[in-house]
Design a protein around this ligand. Structure first.
Ligand SMILES: [Fe+2]
Length: 339
């Protein structure tokens, strides 16, 4: 089962006029002997049912082994940060993600949650500021860590699957698609680690062109009118335009951005490419993109479970999707769930 969203915000009643909000972080995400650039809080439940957040540690003080042990002994595996310091925490996470992923003492479940939180935080930044070359570079670094995790640890895909969000946001969708796509590319056995990095980078930025679309169109409940649909159909090409100037995304990653809505029967967009004209990376992206779109909740539809989603893809989209890639994806999901 997918786990609750760790980014839920809470508020204190200490000062009703200035309500501070806090968000949970995992103790496992704090590395021993690092200095945090954000304050850390603990939650105290009170008898009058109000929750109170107390400052545990000021920023710029090294986090020691002793701190960690004491927190564990007190069962404080979830700590809190002030929401206004989320960006600082994100920077800290990205800087330490490689060490967290390489740390054999961190359980898969927690590693997956930390990697997923880090990747979604990054995509949020990327989509809010799609022209930032710095954010694009960060995407590449996070993907390198995600690929290392998925390729080096046998339970990583299972752990990340369990962490993915059912609720659809463009940024969680981008991370889900990257996770599914990296795992599928690895399963195929024909791509080098470098190629899988290229595929992963293309997948995590595949919908960057949507950042230019009005939220009212993206979240519209009813069917899109002709004009709105035309705007949506422009997002692959707009994505390529946004990324083309970045030195951090190579041309092969852009094949995914440009082609993830192409279908091999020619019914896709923007170019209506057919058969072999649809690049293998784009075919792979189409399979995982559609699966995640079906299995997440949208303002206008409920989420499908994995098995019915795969049935819909098999029964209604067989001509659109690459048969072999779809078959391998079914096997991948089956192996991850033990089915
Ligand atoms: Fe898309």
């Amino acid at each position: 089962m997918r786990t609750p969203d760790l980014t839920r915000f809470m508020a204190t009643k200490e000062n009703p006029t200035v309500r501070k909000a806090y968000c949970p972080i995992l103790l496992q995400s704090l590395r021993v002997n690092t200095i945090t650039n954000f304050d850390i809080y603990m939650k105290r439940s009170q008898r009058n049912r109000n929750e109170r957040y107390v400052l545990y540690r000021k920023r710029n003080i090294p986090f020691s082994e002793r701190n960690r042990t004491t927190l564990y002994e007190h069962g404080a595996e979830i700590l809190y940060i002030d929401v206004s310091e989320k960006k600082e925490y994100q920077v800290y996470l990205e800087k330490n993600l490689d060490a967290i992923i390489a740390d054999e003492s961190v359980p898969t479940e927690e590693k997956s949650k930390i990697a997923y939180t880090c990747a979604t935080g990054l995509v949020e930044d990327l989509l809010q500021n799609p022209r930032s070359g710095e954010h694009v570079k960060r995407s590449k670094d996070v993907i390198t860590n995600l690929v290392n995790y998925l390729l080096n640890e046998s339970q990583a895909f299972f752990g990340l699957m369990a962490t993915t969000s059912f609720d659809y946001y463009t940024y969680t969708h981008s991370v889900n698609v990257a996770v599914f796509g990296i795992a599928l590319a690895h399963r195929l056995g024909c791509y080098s680690r470098e190629e899988i990095n290229t595929i992963g980078t293309g997948l995590i930025v595949h919908d960057i062109g949507k950042s230019l679309i009005d939220q009212r169109i993206l979240n519209k409940r009813g069917p899109l009118n002709k004009g709105e649909w035309e705007v949506v159909r422009e997002h692959p090409e707009n994505g390529v335009r946004l990324l083309r100037t970045s030195p951090h995304v190579n041309e092969d990653s852009l094949l995914i951005v440009a082609g993830h809505h192409e279908k091999i029967d020619g019914s896709g967009y923007p170019r209506g490419l057919r058969g072999d004209a649809v690049h293998p990376y784009a075919r792979l992206a189409a399979v995982v993109d559609i699966f995640d779109a079906l299995t997440t909740k949208r303002p206008y539809k409920l989420a499908e479970h994995s098995f019915p989603a795969l049935q819909i893809m098999r029964d209604e989209m067989a001509k659109e999707l690459d048969e072999e890639l779809f078959r391998e994806f079914v096997i991948l999901l089956g192996s991850s769930t033990g089915a």
